[in-house]
Design a protein around this ligand. Structure first.
Ligand code: ZN
Length: 54
């Protein structure tokens, strides 16, 4: 499995912080951008090296 890099959906920064909060009794994780403050449970994942056999 390849490791991707998470980038902010709002500004494209890779400086994301993962936070966990409780939604009722269910723990949910979310990402917060340290650049623009954008928060989302899902961020864009990019794979810089795409050397798959074509
Ligand atoms: Zn951002």
């Amino acid at each position: 499995m390849k490791k991707g890099v998470l980038v902010c959906l709002n500004c494209g920064s890779t400086r994301l912080k993962r936070t966990t909060f409780l939604m009722g009794i269910i723990p949910q994780s979310s990402y917060v951008c340290e650049e623009c403050g954008f928060e989302s449970p899902v961020m864009l994942e990019v794979f810089p090296e795409q050397n798959r056999d074509e």
